[in-house]
Design a protein around this ligand. Sequence first.
Ligand SMILES: *Cc1c(COP(=O)(O)O)cnc(C)c1O
Length: 398
Amino acid sequence: MDKRFVYADNSATTKISKPVLDAMMPYLTEHYGNASSIYSLGMDSAKAILKARETVAKAIGAKTGEIYFTSGGSESDNWAIKCAAEVGASKGKKHIVTTVFEHHAVLHTCQYLEKHGFEVTYVPVDEMGLVHISDIEKAIRDDTCLVTVMFANNEIGTIQPIAEIGALCREKKVLFHTDAVQAIGNVEINVAEMNIDLLSMSGHKIHAPKGIGAMYMRAGINLPNLIHGGAQERSKRAGTENVAGIVALATAVSECTKNIAEKQERLSKIRDRIIAELTKIPESRLNGDPIKRLPGNVNISFRGIEGESLLLSLDLEGICASSGSACTSGSLDPSHVLLAIGLPHSTAHGSLRLSLSDENTEEDADYICEVVPRVVEKLRAMSPLWERILRDEDIDAE
Ligand SMILES: *Cc1c(COP(=O)(O)O)cnc(C)c1O
């Protein structure tokens, strides 16, 4: 097969789409006005922001006034969690419930709060990477001020029972935040029906640029600011608006929430074909639930190899992917998500995440299915670890 270029790392970031680029371009060129200015150049920007807010709100079943633009998923997560904690503390509630396998924007924010007098319960996930509602229920206490559970996991793609958790939190009168950065566009989201109080999203995971995101905050919740300064975003988030980014985000949200069912069907067919082919490789395993899973997520571990060697070899073949191994994340431990679902360190190190978007094709899948088995075999042939696995040694014993 001829060498191709296959971008299969869409959970890390995505390419800006043509409709998004076209929509944002005028706001980088002729429409450069500050949205706070009273002349028409500024008013044009203000109008574009209002329209974008309506678009984003409509896509998730929110009211226009419930959407706030931020710099991205990390800021939205920080805002929701730190400021819900601040409100909680003022009422003597200093306990937060989250899960062990959140994105670091949530986990590290919770760890920061622990250093500042808060208590955090990290609910486990099962071996499929699913949160059990009974575990959330057990974790909620009288002094719990916030439950934060991600909608879909960025590494293993598992989709959590968000509507059930929302209903539980409403019943217990605890604020509920969800990081929906990976879910939006892949799963139907309705914040009102799902009893979601706070929701984070990010532009660059859905074909908008990096550095733009939004937070949904249900009317009446009124969290304090994370970013102080000017009166932008109805005095809730200071900073001259990123008009082009906001227009881009709204266009991306509108595009990705169109025909979700159709896209799910097309992508999950490609995904399942890749999973079926790659799990034929000896000593491989699928990580995460086979069904309750993002339509574009493939996460497979191959014993006896290192994720980073696999990524470098795939790069030489023109395939961009990710791994749950140590070096790629700059730490010694493999992915906290793969450890949370019970993988031994050695297996977690040899994991491969392929994340597809609506731009990937059947031909991309053919290429992946041809290249990955060949590369895994080549790496194993050079791996002392693989020799030990073949001799049936317990490589996780030491
Ligand atoms: C990418 C990502 C974030 C961070 O979003 P940024 O816009 O890059 O700050 C947060 N949560 C999840 C699940 C993500 O995948």
